[in-house]
Design a protein around this ligand. Structure first.
Ligand SMILES: *Cc1c(COP(=O)(O)O)cnc(C)c1O
Length: 368
């Protein structure tokens, strides 16, 4: 009998280079009431109307969902004054990010993103065997010149989160237009506007105008942040008809579940709740920013619902130990080592009480 080893299944190129995405933690041993500031979920939780819509379909869950998310796309179109035929929904914008990589990139191709960009972009690139390429940033902000300089004949797709996670910084509309003008027309520009609803700056544009005027731009949005429906996994893209057509060919036939469709449509129609969520953030982000600066920490200016905070290098006051001190008291923030920012923590803007509790712990930590 031969004792040769039989070959095992072969994983496609790139897959084993992926460092699996690690989400924010949600539990602390021995603490009942955990304060969760690690995943940028909306501070006020979901709209009560979204919760009611979710509950209202409970007795219908034996039915397949609408495979075209028709009512949801209509609700999104009304809220943002868009053509519903050019909207495609996904199980989180993560699904659409992955689909874009599958459609437009493969082995030998490059997928471009900015240095501290969202980690799903290099993961999506590697998952299809493409090479992720990171363009350097300036002052923790995406840089159009650096992005354009990194374009090669192999570049197929550019992902740009605007505002970016985890930095919270953004590029004004004229810079996004300059980026688009500088890209060859066969390269897809995916503008990920996951935090668009929080941005109050006049020179910001989420991407609608550019999608309307170009054939190679898609805007991505999510229900996981300001609408606080992360548990349902719901996102959407707005794109030229040709791109929507391709996305509809390869997405899961029933990708968005009926609960997500119902809750999403109710959430997006609840304008009062959205206004309250924004107003809360506009109060508590500046409050938190200033309170952290008053403690001597360096805080990156953010237009989103989180802050990227730099801790001192001295080991007793560093980010790792601050994270631990917060966690011990049941407060979860996000370490930034996987983003190449080991001196930083990312802190989501939570409720008033949560921010006050967080500041009290950080203040005591820095004085110890
Ligand atoms: C949270 C986040 C997403 C993912 O959203 P889902 O819809 O939950 O998949 C996408 N992009 C950025 C920049 C994010 O921060």
């Amino acid at each position: 009998m031969s004792n040769s080893v039989k070959p095992g299944p072969v994983v496609r190129p790139g897959i084993l280079e992926i460092a699996a995405y690690v989400g924010g933690e949600s539990k602390v041993e021995g603490v009942d009431r955990v304060i969760r500031l690690a995943s940028n979920e909306g501070a006020l939780g979901p709209s009560p109307k979204a919760v009611a819509a979710y509950q209202s379909i409970a007795t219908e869950i034996h039915r397949y969902p609408d495979g075209h998310s028709g009512a949801l796309r209509q609700a999104i179109a009304e809220a943002y004054d868009l053509d519903p035929a050019r909207i495609v929904c996904g199980t989180g914008s993560d699904e659409i990010i992955t689909l874009l990589a599958r459609i437009y990139a493969g082995p030998g191709d490059e997928v471009l993103y900015s240095q501290h960009g969202f980690l799903m972009y290099p993961i999506a690139a590697k998952s299809v065997g493409a090479t992720p390429v990171a363009a350097p940033e300036v002052n923790l902000t995406a840089n159009v010149d650096a992005l354009l300089a990194a374009v090669t004949p192999r570049t197929k797709l550019v992902f740009l989160a605007n505002p970016n996670n985890p930095t919270g910084t953004y590029l004004p509309a004229r810079e996004i237009e300059r980026l688009h003008r500088g890209l060859p027309s066969h390269i897809v520009l995916a503008l990920d506007a996951a935090y668009a609803e929080y941005v109050a700056e006049n020179d910001y544009e989420a991407g609608v105008a550019l999608v309307n005027s170009a054939e190679n731009v898609i805007m991505l949005r999510t229900f996981s942040k300001v609408f606080a429906l992360g548990g349902l996994r719901l996102g959407w893209g707005y794109a030229p008809a040709t791109m929507v057509d391709v996305l509809n060919r390869i997405r899961g036939v029933f990708n968005v579940c009926s609960a997500a469709q119902a809750a999403g449509a109710a959430a997006i129609a609840d304008r009062d709740f959205l206004d309250r969520s924004r107003a809360h953030n506009e109060t508590w982000r500046p409050w938190t920013h200033k309170a952290l600066e008053d403690l001597g920490l360096v805080v990156t200016p953010s237009v989103a619902n989180f802050l990227l905070v730099r801790f001192p290098d001295a080991i007793e006051y560093n980010a790792e130990n601050a994270w631990e001190a917060l966690k011990t008291r049941g407060i979860l923030t996000r370490k930034m080592t996987s983003y190449g920012l080991p001196s930083y923590l990312r802190i989501t803007i939570g409720t008033a009480e949560e921010m006050q509790a967080t500041l009290a712990v950080i203040s005591a930590f820095l004085r110890a």
